[in-house]
Design a protein around this ligand. Structure first.
Ligand SMILES: [Zn+2]
Length: 249
């Protein structure tokens, strides 16, 4: 298994693009000295959303000593044609676990149903309870303007929990299949994932049931190259940081 060196991680600290007073996401990634006991939670709607949206950043955080949690709102129950919800959930749960193993992340499943995600008082409480228990330093989730209803719902639930938890963690948004799914997304922060791009791809491609190599080539390959062009590196992931996030961690 290839991990990045501290030197490689520290190199990342130069690419953050945000207001002068704020700590850019990439600076957090690079600052290995503050990693002990720190936690990043990525909340995606379906197995493969955290991996494709910010798998490279997750790998870098894990290599820098952070605890990384890959949380899935659903188990992808509706995502395999010809399979029952239970069968698909079992297959996609295993794929998510395989991907997490590659990323050195811990999987967590929140319990909604793919294609039928809900925003109700109970679901707000469920997300609040989940994030309160995890007590993260940084949370990264879907951007709210997205063609997929489950992605939008995921984003709104996390945002609500963030407010109710007194903005106790930094809140960032990732993009997936930009143009097709995520829309109107203009990153404030970039993370250079060039050193771990291969490993990120291996984590994404663990989702064998999703024909993901084809989808990846159509969208995410272009996205990570374009974000790399913007950040002046080979491959990057782009993020929007909520302006009211903590100034630093
Ligand atoms: Zn999704």
């Amino acid at each position: 298994m290839k991990t990045i060196s501290r030197r490689e991680a520290l190199k990342l600290s130069g690419i953050g693009i945000l207001g002068a007073a704020a700590m850019p996401l990439s600076a957090n990634v690079g600052n290995t000295g503050i990693a002990a006991g720190k936690k990043v939670v990525v909340v995606g709607a379906h197995p493969d959303d955290p991996e494709t949206g910010c798998g490279g950043t997750m790998i870098l955080y894990a290599a820098a000593g952070y605890e990384v949690v890959s949380a899935y709102l659903t188990r992808g129950e509706a995502g395999i044609r010809g399979k029952s919800y239970d069968e698909a959930a079992a297959i996609r749960t295993q794929e998510a676990m395989n991907a997490c193993k590659i990323m050195n992340a811990r999987p967590a499943f929140i319990g909604q149903i793919d294609g039928n995600c809900e925003i109700t008082p109970q679901r707000y409480t469920e997300m609040y309870d989940f994030l309160k228990k995890e007590s993260p330093d940084i949370v990264i989730t879907h951007w709210p303007i997205d063609r997929h209803r489950d992605h939008r719902i995921c984003s709104v639930l996390v945002y609500d929990a963030w407010i109710k938890l007194s903005r106790s963690f930094e809140l960032y948004y990732f993009e997936v299949e930009s143009g097709e799914q995520t829309q109107n997304f203009a990153p404030t922060d970039f993370v250079d994932i060039s050193a771990v791009a291969e490993k990120k791809h291996a984590a994404c491609f663990a989702h064998v049931s999703q024909n993901i190599e084809k989808v990846y080539a159509e969208y995410h390959t272009h996205m990570e190259k374009f974000r790399g062009m913007q950040a002046n590196c080979k491959f990057a992931e782009g993020f929007v940081k909520h302006h009211q996030s903590l100034m630093s961690i």
